[in-house]
Design a binder for this molecule. Structure first.
Ligand code: ADP
Ligand code: 5GP
Length: 186
């Protein structure tokens, strides 16, 4: 089975930004598109950024065992579809999962060979600035995400690799080094 890379860390730390950069640098690496019950943000497309599901559709997939992992986050549900993961790994394509900490813990149990990377903010203040600066979440949602982040940050030592996303370019390079070293050619 091809390599699975789990990229986790608090909301707003820069996971999405780092992964976009990573995918443009590591040829053949693909991102698994998650399912969620949250509403699309402006510009987000169904099947591209997420598979946007209703609560009923999500629950039906949970019952069918369609998720490798799933978690509740900030009042919404998020999960990795087995089909998204397996159609890539079965064909030898390495996959990135961008998921929160509870999901990453589940993957550690079910896919112990997955490479786990925790992205750390340079400070809690920087995290707040990034979440606010991104401008995609209401102030209530920003506060909820920061509260969850406090708890998530205590989990960083559980993860095999930790990358501090201070200067973006440095963090991208470090992440790329980790990924290349874990690929068969690395
Ligand atoms: P996540 O996917 O972890 O929720 P995003 O990738 O959406 O985080 O990044 C949150 C915000 O922080 C975005 O506006 C992004 O442009 C910004 N950002 C990401 N990395 C850095 C960095 N190293 N320095 C400053 N801002 C950053
Ligand atoms: P957002 O609403 O900002 O897109 O995502 C909120 C949080 O859910 C982020 O920390 C993101 O990494 C996480 N997330 C996205 N997809 C999944 C998934 O499939 N499973 C889990 N467990 N978390 C996810």
């Amino acid at each position: 089975m091809a390599r699975v890379f789990v990229i986790t860390g608090p909301s707003g730390v820069g996971k999405g930004t780092l992964i976009r950069n990573l995918l443009s640098r590591v040829s053949g690496l693909e991102l698994s598109v998650s399912a969620t019950t949250r509403k699309p943000r402006p510009g987000e497309e169904d099947g591209v950024h997420y598979h946007f599901l209703t609560d009923e559709q999500f629950e039906e997939r949970v019952r069918d065992g369609a998720f490798v992992e799933h978690a509740d986050y900030s009042g919404r549900r998020y999960g990795t579809l087995r089909s998204e993961l397996e159609r890539r790994t079965a064909g030898g394509v390495p996959v990135v999962l961008e998921i929160e900490v509870q999901g990453a813990r589940q993957v550690r149990e079910t896919l112990p060979d997955a490479v786990q990377v925790f992205i750390v903010p340079p400070s809690e203040e920087a995290l707040r600035e990034r979440l606010v600066g991104r401008g995609t979440d209401s102030s209530d949602d920003v506060e909820r995400r920061l509260k969850v982040a406090e708890e998530e940050l205590t989990a960083r030592d559980e993860f095999q690799y930790q990358v501090v996303n201070d200067r973006l370019e440095d963090a991208v390079e470090e992440l790329e080094r980790i990924v290349q070293s874990e690929l068969p050619t690395g």
